[in-house]
Design a protein around this ligand. Sequence first.
Ligand code: XBP
Ligand code: MG
Length: 254
Amino acid sequence: MQALIFDVDGTLADTERDGHQVAFNRAFADAGLDWYWDDALYARLLAVTGGKERIRHYIEAYDPPGVPEGDLDDFIRDLHEAKTRHFVRMMSDPGIPARPGVMRLFRQAREAGVRLAVATTTSPENVSSLLAHSFGPEVESWFEVIGAGDVVEAKKPAGDIYEYVLERMRLAPDQALAIEDSANGLRAATAAGLKTLITVADYTRGENFDGALAVFDHLGEAGNLPTQMAGPPLELAEDGLHLNHLQQLFSRGS
Ligand code: XBP
Ligand code: MG
């Protein structure tokens, strides 16, 4: 296991409910659109990854009011850019906490010479703002490759973003472990040939994670031990999963 490739939303931080969902609704209000994505609707819309793709799906599937005639590319792009400005601002005010244990794994990987990368559907500016404000100003530089958003044509569950990262790291799929939170992410990593560890998030808890090496509710921290939902039993440390646990899972493989 030469590298860890982290998903972002739901994996590094639980960014959907208090981040993206709010940012979308603020952008819709700014544009004078009578659109509101409540929890029940957003849970369904999350099946479509990528904010622009999600807005387009919403228009096609729900026929909401206020959609202009003709080509929608500019309309959707402008809405999504406004949403991204809201999300980036929210990463510093009020901010979204890093999920338990993620920073511990970053540090242990660096100490052990295990390379780090990101493979995400979200936009690059969202990754930069989340890393800076929820992990620290120097953390973005720890990642050799940040594969994000529109750098690939086909987003998750397509494997393209993981293939993009593997190619730039000159790694074969069996040399890296993916860490994800969603079924779309598991399918994307699996399509690229990667073994995957799942830490479920708020909106993804009930999804199907068959094929993952193991499923936990989070990586754990002192006083907040993780619960394992699937995979081989592990003798966890007093604060949860450490790099050696990921290496054990990886070498057992599935
Ligand atoms: C999660 C997504 C993203 C976010 C919204 O990405 O599917 O689309 O919901 O971000 P991941 P954007 O779990 O792969 O990190 O609006 O920037 O797409
Ligand atoms: Mg995710």
